[in-house]
Ligand binder design. Structure first.
Ligand code: ZN
Ligand code: ZN
Length: 364
């Protein structure tokens, strides 16, 4: 993130200004810290951004102001405390003679809203949705490169963990080995809590690693990622610890086919719901459709889960520069489950996986 040139942030702020204009917003308060980071290139645990009168303001407390004056792009850094932040917002609005303020309705708690309303008496608060998220959905080539770097580390972690998984080891031991390997790659952190689900526990899509010992013939689903320079990777592979049974192999192959067909079908102009349908139809053909109980995927960027949603009810249309996951899964209670997930970039004429680990069934 720090490596991005200043121009990238200035371009984002310019796009935001256009989006504000389209929405009829003369001033806009950013409370989502991910959006603050996206727009100004500065990471903090408390702070806000205000755009008013063609100027961006970054409101931070004294822990951050010195660093932000060096690192933040295109904005004026204003020192605040938690008790003066709303007064500062009011002062800035008054200095520009503005009486209406848009805020991020999904990134303000009820308590924060009441404070704002009390301190900004006389100023109309306008709820807004997705102003910055809609910009984040299309990635700059430098963002794609950053996510690709994170994905490559995911691939390295997968290769490493293949040497660890064997019958007799517990899911927790596998996740500890996976997590410590990922952390050893000098990343910002894990993208999320790794999922390791073996045998019948594979039927739970979001299984937390348990003390269960992996048995001979089990499928083991591994869903993991790293955060590097602010950007995340997300991948899932399912492997076998010893030779699996016939029905289990069928189940795996169905997921593998569905994943390959969906990845091959993705292209700009396609509805996200139609892409979801491609995977669902492939699984239906193999008799596993009813066991695919979640959406096909999601956007990835500064957050592991961000827009667009790829599912039956998604209204999104794929566009060049989007980063999405393609992750069909089959979960048969009492038997097992499998999921295969790539993070991919939508290109001019298709989609290209950024995670490159093999997808044929690996038997350890
Ligand atoms: Zn995942
Ligand atoms: Zn995912």
């Amino acid at each position: 993130m720090a490596a991005f040139p200043k121009e990238i942030f200035l371009a984002r702020q310019k796009k935001l200004a256009s989006a504000m204009k389209r929405g009829g917003f003369e001033a806009f308060l950013v409370t989502s810290l991910v959006n603050v980071r996206y727009l100004g290139g500065f990471k903090c645990s408390y702070g806000r951004m205000l755009f008013a009168g063609g100027q961006g303001y970054l409101l931070l407390d004294s822990r951050y102001t010195a660093a932000a004056r060096r690192a933040a792009a295109g904005v004026e850094v204003v020192e605040i405390t938690a008790s003066t932040i709303d007064d500062k917002v009011r002062e800035i609005l008054q200095s520009h003679k503005l009486r209406r303020l848009a805020f991020e309705k999904s990134a303000v708690t009820h308590a924060e809203f009441l404070d704002l309303r009390a301190k900004l008496r006389g100023i109309t608060l306008l709820p807004s949705e997705g102003l910055v998220e809609d910009l984040r959905i299309i990635k700059h080539e430098k963002e794609v490169a950053a996510i690709h770097r994170a994905c490559r580390l995911g691939d390295r972690a997968f290769k490493h963990i293949l040497g660890v998984i064997r019958p007799g080891i517990t899911e927790r031991q596998v996740s500890a080995a996976l997590d410590s390997f990922m952390m050893s790659l000098e990343v910002d952190g894990l993208a999320f809590e790794s999922i390791v689900a073996s045998g019948p526990r594979g039927a739970f899509p979001h299984a937390v690693p348990s003390s269960r010992k992996i048995q001979n013939g089990d499928l083991v689903t591994l869903d993991f990622g790293v955060c590097l320079d602010g950007y995340n990777s997300d991948m899932t592979r399912t492997v076998a610890a010893g030779k699996p049974g016939g029905r289990t192999v069928q189940l795996y192959r169905a997921v593998q086919r569905a994943q390959a067909e969906a990845l091959a079908a993705a292209r700009p102009g396609m509805r996200a719901s139609d892409l979801d349908a491609v995977a669902r139809a492939a699984l239906d053909k193999d008799g596993f459709g009813k066991y695919f109980t979640h959406g096909l995927g999601h956007g990835v960027g500064l957050e592991v889960h961000e827009a667009p949603r790829i599912g039956a009810f998604s209204k999104a249309v794929l566009k060049k520069g989007m980063i999405i996951t393609v992750e069909p899964g089959v979960y048969v209670e009492g038997l097992t489950g499998a999921r295969i997930e790539d993070t991919a970039v939508v290109t001019a004429d298709g989609a290209q996986a950024l995670t490159h680990s093999p997808k044929k069934l690996i038997t350890l």
